[in-house]
Write a protein that binds this ligand. Structure first.
Ligand code: ADP
Ligand code: MG
Length: 215
């Protein structure tokens, strides 16, 4: 038998249904950032991952948070913070595609610029995963619409852009409301000084992985 390819998804401790689904989606090989970040992320480590746009960072954190999910527990177990509504929608779509092996997983999107009421109703119906922009997520937390006591994975996606957009205080506030033993995954295209400061505030011995741009 040939040795397993190091970038094949089936080298990872993923559920057989997830591996089947990845095949169906045409995800045959891990991208470089997925191959670097999934092994430590699936071990439960905090992670800072840096790679350029379009390198497959969404699936890297989505597969990790889905692996942490207990679908029998109907409570918010993963929260993904994104800089914009468009990115939050893209992340929600990708998580739903990757979660299709288990269609009982409920994902709710909480973006600014969208009426609160529909979001509040969705939260009342329950969710396993929330994806949203920091200000709006904070708003729902303040109103008591969202509880994070069952959270096991916090993801900061496009962290550099969230810093540029002035979300640092909202991110810190949201992070303080998450259980301390959660896993935190930070993804970014660049690694400015502010990211290291942000990470130092609320990550535990993070593993750092970086994929250089290919020329
Ligand atoms: P990033 O967040 O790094 O900018 P995305 O997560 O948006 O990148 O991924 C870019 C594109 O690559 C998406 O269309 C996604 O569906 C696709 N993709 C991600 N991982 C894989 C893979 N392992 N194999 C094939 N396509 C992939
Ligand atoms: Mg991305």
């Amino acid at each position: 038998m040939p040795a397993p390819h190091p970038t094949a998804f089936d080298t990872l401790p993923l559920a057989p249904a997830t591996l089947e689904n990845l095949k169906r989606l045409g995800y045959l090989e891990m991208t470089a950032i997925q191959a670097a970040s999934l092994p430590p992320a699936l071990l439960g480590k905090d992670l800072i991952a840096q790679a350029k746009t379009g390198s497959g960072k969404t699936a890297a954190f989505a597969l990790a948070l889905l692996a942490n999910l207990n679908t029998r527990r109907f409570a918010v177990q993963a929260l993904v913070l994104c800089p914009t509504r468009e990115l939050a929608d893209q992340v929600t779509t990708e998580i739903r595609r990757l979660a299709r092996a288990d269609d009982n997983i409920k994902v709710v999107t909480l973006s600014g610029g969208v009426p609160l009421r529909g979001q509040t109703t969705s939260l009342e119906h329950g969710a396993h995963i929330v994806v949203g922009t920091p200000g709006r997520v904070m708003d729902h937390l303040d109103r008591g619409n969202l509880q994070l006591d069952a959270l096991n994975t916090l993801v900061l996606d496009e962290a550099d852009r969230m810093l540029d957009m002035g979300f640092v205080d909202d991110i810190a506030k949201v992070a303080r409301q998450c259980p301390p033993q959660r896993q935190t995954l930070l993804f970014s295209a660049t690694y400015p000084e502010g990211i290291a400061k942000l990470a130092a505030q609320f990550m535990k011995n993070p593993v750092t992985v970086k994929v250089e741009a290919q020329h």
